[in-house]
Design a protein around this ligand. Structure first.
Ligand code: PMH
Length: 375
């Protein structure tokens, strides 16, 4: 998709906010614990390379991504820190990963067996491998001790592999009820104890775990959503050990303003009709930018005032009801502050019946990302 720089709609990223969130997370970690910045999905919509740079400058010692291509993009940009891919990669790509010093997760002996000839043919340095334990997330990883032990033995027996990590992922670290979390912890501990040697990296913590289960940091945390200043639990656990500073704002500007006579309709389906003569402004952002169609009826900020989104959100534009005539070019805040008023990603998510992660990741490549306070 083409990034539209000749349009006012933009994602603004506060580098200082990301730095603040990382600094506070680091302050709570025991010395020697690594903070791996989770920068997958274009840095949760904030920009992969931008966030990686800020994170590294703020004390992150490595990165986690979802797919091999994101890791390759980091390497191509010159990042030399450890990188772990979190999702299973085709074993045919093992040589490529090893050549670029990218660590991959492994959840089965079969994967190691399939990757072995690829690595031997590639003649690279050993592939760094993190054994994934499925302690209850039900997504990827070893569920049985014997399977984990067999894979670990296979990995240790072949020079093509460097088993440098063991990890798991929690399904409910962001929930007030910790019962299931504790079940997962117990299962992971049993798996760790079954290994003959403890790998260099043992990691279980996402943001929620780092915030509310600090005892479970092992020796690295995978710090994602809280780095971007968002509470992983949404509303469920409002108490956080340090103030999370949201890094993202979403801004635009009116492109068109008109007086709409009472009874006239707005947008597809003519679902909205002016109750009286109204000032209607057009905002150049739509569902192709990730501003969801179901945000009809929600609001944005103009001049510190909440303005309702009227009529259906189109692919590239939507309309709002203005309290008075504003000129084209007037700033519009979709996420962030305007005067005393604020709209958060959480507000957008609540209205859309989803989570802030999804709203942030949905912001499309068409929106330019800009830093507001480069560190
Ligand atoms: N580790 C793994 C394996 C993950 O999948 C994620 C996030 C993180 C760490 C970071 O989590 P945080 O952002 O809550 O800190 N993964 C996802 C996901 O798959 N869907 O939403 C978040």
């Amino acid at each position: 998709m083409v990034t539209a720089t000749h349009r006012e709609s933009r994602v603004l990223v506060s580098e200082a906010a990301i730095q603040h969130n990382i600094q506070h997370a680091l302050d709570r970690l025991p010395a020697g614990t690594d903070l791996l910045a989770v920068v997958k999905a274009d840095g949760y919509g904030h920009g992969l390379l931008r966030v990686a740079r800020i994170a590294a400058a703020s004390g992150a010692t490595g990165f986690c991504v979802a797919v091999l291509d994101e890791a390759l993009a980091l390497r191509a940009a010159g990042f030399t820190q450890p990188i772990l891919v979190l999702g299973i990669v085709d074993p045919r790509c093992a040589g490529l990963a090893a050549a670029q010093n990218i660590a991959l997760p492994v959840g089965s002996l079969e994967w190691l067996e399939a990757a072995l000839p690829v690595l031997e043919a590639a003649e690279t340095a050993p592939l760094r491998v993190h054994l994934a334990v499925d302690s209850g997330m039900g997504r990827i990883g070893f569920r049985e001790v014997a399977d984990l032990q067999n894979a670990a033995a296979f990995g240790a027996a072949h020079k093509a592999f460097d088993i440098e990590g063991l990890f798991t992922h929690f399904a409910t670290a962001d929930a007030a009820d910790t019962t299931y979390f504790q079940t997962q912890v117990a299962r992971f501990k049993a798996m760790l104890a079954a290994l003959p040697t403890r790998p260099r990296y043992v990691h279980v913590a996402n943001s929620a775990t780092s915030l509310w289960h600090a005892a479970c940091t092992c020796n690295a945390i995978r710090f994602g959503v809280a780095m971007y200043g968002l509470n992983p639990s949404g509303h469920d656990i409002p108490d956080v050990p340090y103030a999370l500073e949201p890094a993202l704002s979403l801004v635009s500007a009116l492109t068109f303003v008109k007086r709409l006579p009472a009874g006239e309709a707005v947008s597809y389906g003519a679902t909205y009709r002016a109750q009286q003569d109204e000032w209607i402004g057009t905002v150049p952002m739509g569902y192709a930018d990730g501003w969801l169609r179901r945000l009809q009826g929600f609001h944005v900020l103009v001049d510190g005032q909440f303005c309702e989104i009227v009529g259906r959100v189109c692919m590239d534009q939507f309309m709002i009801r203005l309290p008075k005539a504003y000129k084209p070019g007037t700033p519009v805040v979709l996420v962030g502050q305007s005067g005393e008023a604020e709209i958060t990603l959480q507000d957008v998510a609540d209205y859309s019946h989803t989570i802030h992660y999804e709203i942030a990741c949905a912001l499309s490549e068409r929106l330019p990302r800009e830093s507001v306070d480069r560190i």
